[in-house]
Design a protein around this ligand. Structure first.
Ligand SMILES: [Zn+2]
Length: 377
């Protein structure tokens, strides 16, 4: 009996190991040529008149004209540049500690694209996330790294892979066991209103509402996924990106392997000379990897204490990959939550390099190698 039990357990271990190996090895790496061919944002990220970034570099406190203008910018961009994507807006109201009992309206922006004919409950989606709102105080706060630049990076990356998705799916290559789509979330109300903080619930308004809503959106019992939350393959959160010499920790032992894949991509860009932020710099720190935990195993990670939009999703069992610039010793970037967090203080070379890394992450996860080049397919 004991032998049987042991044998049974061993076979389970072997099956699980095989499954793990398959999951890891099925992640097809992009070629050097593809990495080097990924477009940089260029003039679209000009801080004064760049088509993607400039319209986000303004105050955009929830339920203000600035917030509406930025949301309209997102809608215009997707309608004109990414017409195959479906846009959703999730609005709700909440009272904040500074609203004097008045309901404040929050609106999450969502855009997604699935393979042709994919059924909602049977489609898994890579999910790219940043927050769209800016902080109420200090007055005039722009939040360029927090999180205008991350929104722009995701928009640029989505545009960079969109034609390849069309090519892949038009060649009939949409027949894996699980249909794989992609979605973008720009949350509202990530920032707290009160200063100093009075209440832990005075933040993450949009992500909490969305996680709750999607958990309740049940798919039919015959569907592969129970609800919209369960259909998220990986929740990638970008926050506080665009300052020089970023330091990104691995914050989840479940997704440490995806963190390492991202660190590998970043290292390959460096080795291939694809980064602008490392060129013509005498500063030795510019040559260091941004991914400071890349050598650590999943069991060696520090606990994640940062409360950000990934938390309501992680709490409900979603695999999250938070990419947040926070150094264990020096903390958040120097301009964090100050008026200096504006367009002029962005390290635009770093912003461009991040855009490449984000584009590569999306292209690799969606297995677009062989479809990225306009001329080969
Ligand atoms: Zn912030």
């Amino acid at each position: 009996m004991a032998t049987n039990l042991l044998g049974c357990t061993m076979s389970k271990v072997i099956i699980l190991f095989g499954l793990w190996l398959h999951l890891v090895t099925s992640y097809k790496a992009l070629s050097d040529e593809t990495l080097l061919r990924l477009p940089r944002p260029g003039p679209d990220f000009d801080i004064h008149d760049g088509r993607i970034l400039a319209p986000i570099l303004r105050t955009r406190v929830p339920d203000t004209p600035g917030s509406a203008a930025v949301r309209n910018h997102f809608i215009d961009f997707f309608r004109s540049s990414l017409p195959e994507w479906t846009i959703e807006l999730l609005s709700f109201t909440a009272i904040t500690p500074v609203s004097g009992g008045r309901n404040v309206r929050f609106t999450n922006f969502i855009a997604f694209r699935d393979p042709p004919g994919a059924e909602e409950g049977n489609t898994t989606r890579l999910t790219m996330v940043a927050h769209a709102d800016s902080k109420l105080r200090p007055t005039g706060f722009i939040g360029a790294i927090d999180s205008a630049a991350p929104c722009a990076m995701i928009m640029h990356a989505a545009r960079s892979i969109d034609k390849a998705l069309t090519r892949k799916w038009s060649y009939g290559d949409n027949s894996p066991a699980v249909a794989q789509g992609v979605q973008i979330i720009f949350t509202d109300g990530e920032e707290r209103f009160s200063d100093p903080p009075v209440d832990i619930t005075d933040q993450l308004y949009g992500s909490r509402a969305l996680a709750t809503d999607w958990e309740m959106q049940k798919y039919p019992s015959t569907a592969r996924y129970a609800d919209r939350l369960a259909s998220i393959s990986l929740f990638v959160l970008l926050d506080l990106l665009g300052a020089p010499n970023p330091a990104i920790s691995s914050r989840s032992n479940v997704t440490n392997w995806a963190y390492k894949n991202l660190a590998r991509l970043e290292g390959r860009f460096r080795d291939l000379g694809g980064f602008q932020s490392t060129q013509n710099k005498t500063d030795i720190s510019a040559a260091r990897s941004w991914f400071i935990d890349r050598g650590k195993g999943a069991h060696e990670l520090e606990p994640d204490h940062i409360l950000d939009d990934h938390v309501p999703f992680a709490d409900r069992g979603v695999d999250v990959l938070p990419i947040i610039d926070h150094h264990p010793v020096r903390g958040f970037p120097r301009v964090w939550h100050t008026l200096d967090d504006d367009g002029e203080h962005l390290d635009i070379a770093v912003v461009g390099d991040w855009s490449l890394v984000v584009s590569a992450l999306m292209a690799e996860w969606l297995e677009l190698e062989g479809y990225m080049d306009d001329h080969n397919t």
